[in-house]
Structure formats: structure tokens, C-alpha cells
Ligand binder design. Structure first.
Ligand SMILES: [Zn+2]
Length: 393
């Protein structure tokens, strides 16, 4: 994603982008609601719900539904009478399918519907994504090791896999911009990649590290063309089994018109920070609207039905989190039903390399500390491109 502090130039760009986002926002629904309209406020449209957020009943998950309606008007929720008090109503529905429409309707005939996703076979799980990868590929191509894992960088991940069963997706660039490009990476390790594909995947991240935010305002065709170039190389040198559709685009920023083309390339999950910055608003959020960004800042996941993509909130960025801060960062998330089920762990390649100006000598220990913490609490390692957010569908 990103690894440098935001410069003034980017602030201005982001400010412009988020203004455009508000103007075009489909979430105008929230603001457009008139006092006479019925509106479902909970659950949130696109919510991904699991057993922590409702009550398990035979064959389903019972969840509460609440919202507002004109005072004095009877309200039904999916046909069943809701409790009304003043301008508030509450009811419940049982989710029985992967996706369910929830419709609140007044006696006067006005209605409002939201759709939610049931993560039916949900279990505590974690995924680990590493962004901005390119140096290790240049290293292996140059040193011509007998094994991929003679490269100390990949060996870090193999050790973590052996110790904890951890799985990793490495999000890669096409070029290091100093002469190395993916076509220079040999295919002689293909069998070794494939032998390790159950825990080590490669995905497109960007064409190169610079410029910053390369796809924030790029036409989707540009993003897809770069994706295809990298995907073709991954398949050539590491095999189909190793290939993962992207799960993080560099800087976590794209046009929203890129979602559908990305889905068509196999993307099912995109992770971002969904962070609010005082001067510029919501950022590292794939430019989705403010309401959904705010929701994601406090929840594990949210589905965008228009494209089919589920957004996931990154829970920890290891290169920004000193060892003593790892447990205090993860622990509160495990206590909140909205953030406890899926841990989205994350870091960046460059901080591992001593030649990098912001090299972090204990980076590998930070990963070990974060990853060790999770299986001790029942979290299973997954890759997001398999199943639903890495879990059973
Ligand atoms: Zn990046």
C-alpha cells in the first residue's frame, strides 16, 4: 500500500478526489432520507455478518433490524410486524441464505431495503499480506540460488509457516526500475513455487513503486493492463497454483469504476486502511463513499454489491507497529463482535532490506510476534482469494 508520509501534493490530490467522491456518492440515500420515509439503519447495507453479530437458530442467524419511520405508522420487516416507539422501529429477521434482502415497509406503503451477507461457516481466521514486493525477485534472479528459500527474505516466511502454519500473499511489482523486470525472473523455480502454493501466493500490486497512488485516478484500463502484465509473468514463472488475484492495490486507491473490471479478473476482496485524516477526509479506501468508509473503519468487512467485491479492513501494519504495541493493537479487536472474526495482517517488503533508508532491523520479529498471537487465540491462517474471505462458502 503506502509507506511514506503523505506529502502536501498528495493532500491536495486527495482532497480533490474526496470532494468528487461526495458529489458522486450513491450513499446520498442517507442524506436524502426525508422525515416521512422509512429507513433501515441497522444492519448496514453490505454488512457481512457472522454468529458474533446475531443469534444462531436452526438453519440460520437471527439478527436485529432497526431504523426510523414516521411516528404512529405501523412498520413491517420482511412482512413481520415491528415494534414501534415514536419514530423508531425494531424487529428481527433470520438469515438463511448467503445474501438476504431486508425490507422495512410502512402501512402507508413506503419502503426501504438493505442487503446483507451471512458468513455462514465463519470461524476466527487471519490472513497475512505483504505489499510492495520486488527486491526479493531481483535478488533471486541475480544470485541464482539453488532454492527459492536460499533467499533469506522468503526463508522468513517459510519459517513462520513451519512454526505457525501462517500463509502469505506477496503483492508484487513488474519492475524495480533499475533494470530488473519480471520477464528476467527464471522459470526454473516453478516446481518449488507450486510445491508451496498452499501457503505462499503471488499477486499483482502495481507496475512499480513510483509514482505514489498510481491508480487513484487512472483509467481502469491502465490498472487492468498492468495487472495482466504481472499476472502473465506470475503464471509463467510460478504456475497457476501460486497465482492469487490482487487483494491489495498499491496505496489502496482506485477509481470505483475499476471494481467491476477487477472482479472480472477474479478479485473478490480488497483490503484497505479506511482511515480518516483531519484535513483530507477518508483515505486508503479505494475511493468508496464516506459512510461506507466510516463503517469499514469499525468493522471487518463490507460488500459492494454493484461489483461483487468485499472490502476488508487492515487490522495491523507490522512495519508501523513496534513489538510491544502488537498485542495492544490486536487485543481490542478480538473483544468487539464487529472486528473479532477476521484479522487482516499486513506489512511491506522494503523495511526488511538493510539498504532501504527506513530499514527496520526487528521487522521479522514483529511478524513473528503478531502471527504467534493469533493461533494461541484460535485464529486459523487463510488466503483471502480462497472461499469467502478465506473461509468456507
Ligand atoms: Zn503498496
Amino acid at each position: 500500500m503506502n509507506h511514506s508520509t503523505i506529502k502536501r501534493r498528495d493532500f491536495l490530490k486527495t482532497a480533490a478526489a474526496s470532494t468528487a467522491g461526495i458529489a458522486l456518492s450513491p450513499a446520498a440515500a442517507g442524506r436524502a432520507a426525508t422525515p416521512n420515509a422509512v429507513k433501515v439503519e441497522e444492519p448496514f447495507h453490505g454488512a457481512v455478518l457472522n454468529r458474533r453479530q446475531g443469534k444462531a437458530v436452526p438453519g440460520g442467524l437471527e439478527i436485529s433490524v432497526s431504523g426510523v419511520a414516521p411516528a404512529g405508522e405501523a412498520v413491517t420487516v420482511n412482512g413481520a410486524a415491528a415494534n414501534c416507539q415514536g419514530d423508531k422501529f425494531t424487529g428481527s429477521v433470520v438469515l438463511r441464505e448467503h445474501e438476504t434482502d431486508i425490507t422495512a415497509q410502512t402501512a402507508g406503503g413506503t419502503k426501504h431495503a438493505v442487503r446483507v451477507v451471512w458468513d455462514r461457516y465463519s470461524q476466527p481466521r487471519y490472513r497475512f499480506s505483504v505489499d510492495d514486493n520486488s527486491f526479493f525477485l531481483r535478488d533471486i534472479a541475480g544470485k541464482k540460488y539453488a532454492s527459492l528459500f536460499d533467499c533469506w527474505y522468503l526463508d522468513i516466511f517459510r519459517k513462520l509457516n513451519k512454526k505457525y502454519g501462517a500463509k502469505f500473499v506477496l503483492n508484487i511489482y513488474y519492475t524495480t526500475e533499475d533494470g530488473f523486470t519480471l520477464p528476467r525472473f527464471p522459470d526454473r523455480y516453478k516446481g518449488e513455487w507450486e510445491d508451496n502454493a498452499d501457503w505462499l501466493a503471488l499477486a499483482f500490486h502495481a507496475y512499480a513503486n513510483m509514482p505514489n497512488r498510481p491508480y487513484q485516478d487512472a483509467p481502469p484500463e491502465k490498472l487492468i493492463a498492468d495487472l495482466d502484465k504481472v499476472a502473465e509473468q506470475i503464471v509463467r514463472f510460478a504456475g497457476e497454483k501460486t497465482y492469487s488475484p490482487p487483494t491489495v492495490i498499491h496505496w489502496g486507491m482506485t477509481r470505483t469504476t475499476a471494481f467491476k473490471p477487477l472482479y472480472e479478473r477474479g478479485v473478490r476482496v480488497l483490503s484497505g486502511y479506511f482511515v480518516h485524516r483531519n484535513k483530507t477526509g477518508w483515505d486508503i479506501n479505494y475511493r468508496i463513499d464516506d459512510k461506507r468508509s466510516e463503517y469499514l473503519s469499525k468493522h471487518d468487512a463490507l460488500k459492494d454489491f454493484a461489483s461483487g467485491i468485499v472490502f476488508s479492513k487492515v487490522d495491523i501494519v507490522c512495519n508501523n507497529t513496534p513489538i510491544e504495541r502488537v498485542a495492544p493493537t490486536l487485543e481490542p479487536l478480538t473483544k468487539d463482535p464487529n472486528t473479532a472474526e477476521i484479522m487482516d495482517l499486513f506489512t511491506h517488503e522494503q523495511y526488511f532490506w538493510p539498504f532501504y533508508r527506513r530499514y527496520i532491523p526487528d521487522h521479522a520479529q514483529r511478524l513473528d510476534t503478531a502471527i504467534r498471537w493469533l493461533p494461541e487465540r484460535g485464529y486459523k491462517p487463510v488466503l483471502f482469494h480462497k472461499g469467502f474471505l478465506g473461509g468456507r462458502m
